[in-house]
Design a protein around this ligand. Structure first.
Ligand code: PEP
Ligand code: MN
Length: 360
């Protein structure tokens, strides 16, 4: 796949002096609700209005979307406000209906990106159209699967492409609804600098009080735009109530966001940045060296356990280590969440090394 400036042209055509904003409710609920929100977003930084028409719910019994009737409301909202309209599609029937109702932007949801059959079906249904198509990351942290989805659209000849980062599911409880794993979109950006990258802080955080912070992080990482769920009565929204903001809060968020320059000419800045990056490189190589050493020690422990016929996993010892590390980490300004994640990974790798010795 060769993503070029051509694939980004649709974004340049908006001629914006700020990042692209897609906003609107999680779900279209009623005609009045759609019209009210669209009108409140009309004279703002918002270029594209979003609303889910078909909602993939984790469990049956939740609100599953109003269905095709909602597409008529979006058409009306477009006629009255001039905003482009975006909705989620999960199969060929959705695509057909969305095309019939002149929807401008189609996005593939996180639960659909995981399924190559569904993505291919959507790509085929979109053949020979010139719609803007955005692919949300799959629910699991798998960059290849995400890019595979984009590639299926690309191979079908769809030119106006982009991706939406909405975070990843975890079994562990964190402060996020879906953890960002920023390194994944960063790697994607390095591989495909011309692929339009949009952040969805609403589904990453699941909480309206964290939208500003995560949006700013995305802009600091040079994302091209934001998709933010917006509702005139968030608390009574039929889906994702906790994460939606009102149009006026959205406008306040825009005012407070700082858009950084990608390239600053100042020499002082460049010199200082080169120095700081060199320090980071040194710290990273020290980290690797010390991790390599730790695994060697784990192998020696493995050898000793083998000689004495002792089990690899010793839970009591592990819980003691973890408790101590959380306290030590706190002193160094490291969060408990970070310590838990990093030591879990280190522990896992140590077990692998020990097992290699024990089973040899
Ligand atoms: C949505 O945008 O409302 C949605 C269902 O998102 P996701 O696919 O990211 O869960
Ligand atoms: Mn939602």
């Amino acid at each position: 796949m060769k993503i070029t400036q051509e694939n980004k042209q649709w974004l340049n055509d908006f001629n914006l002096t700020h990042p692209l904003v897609i906003a609107g409710p999680c779900s279209a609920e009623t005609e009045e609700q759609v019209m009210k929100i669209a009108h409140e977003l009309k004279n703002s930084d918002v270029s594209i209005f979003r609303a889910g028409i078909w909602k993939p719910r984790t469990r049956p019994g939740g609100f599953e979307g109003v269905g095709a009737i909602g597409l008529k409301w979006l058409q009306k909202a477009k006629a009255e406000t001039g905003l482009l309209m975006a909705t989620e599609v999960a199969n060929a029937t959705h695509v057909k209906l969305a095309l019939e109702h002149d929807i401008d932007v189609l996005w593939i949801g996180a639960r659909t990106t995981v399924n190559p059959f569904a993505v291919q079906e959507i790509a085929d249904a979109l053949q020979n159209t010139d719609k803007i198509v955005l692919v949300k990351n799959p629910v699991n942290p798998d960059l290849a699967l995400w890019l595979g989805g984009v590639e299926r659209l690309y191979n079908t000849g769809i030119k106006k492409l982009g991706v939406i980062h909405r975070g990843f599911s975890t079994y562990e409880k964190t402060k996020y609804r879906n953890i960002p794993e920023w390194q994944i979109p960063i790697e994607l950006q390095n591989k495909f600098p011309d692929l339009v990258l949009i952040c969805d802080p609403s589904h990453i955080t699941g909480r309206r009080d964290m939208i500003q912070e995560v949006s700013q992080q995305a802009l600091d990482l040079n994302y091209n735009g934001l998709m933010i769920e917006t509702h005139t009565d968030p608390d009574n929204a039929w889906s994702d109530a906790a994460q939606q903001v009102t149009p006026s809060v959205l406008k306040k968020i825009f005012e407070d966001l700082k858009v950084k320059e990608t390239h600053v000419e100042a020499d002082d800045y460049n010199t200082e940045m080169i120095k700081l990056r060199a320090n980071i490189d040194i710290a990273d190589s020290k980290l690797l060296e010390i991790l390599g050493y730790r695994m060697k020690v784990a192998e020696q422990i493995g050898a000793l356990k083998k000689e004495n016929n002792v089990a690899v996993l010793q839970n009591k010892r592990w819980n003691e280590i973890l408790g101590k590390m959380i306290l030590d980490g706190e002193e160094k300004g490291l969060s408990e969440e970070f310590i838990l994640r990093i030591f879990k990974a280190i522990h896992q790798e140590s077990i692998t090394h020990q097992e290699k010795i024990i089973n040899s």
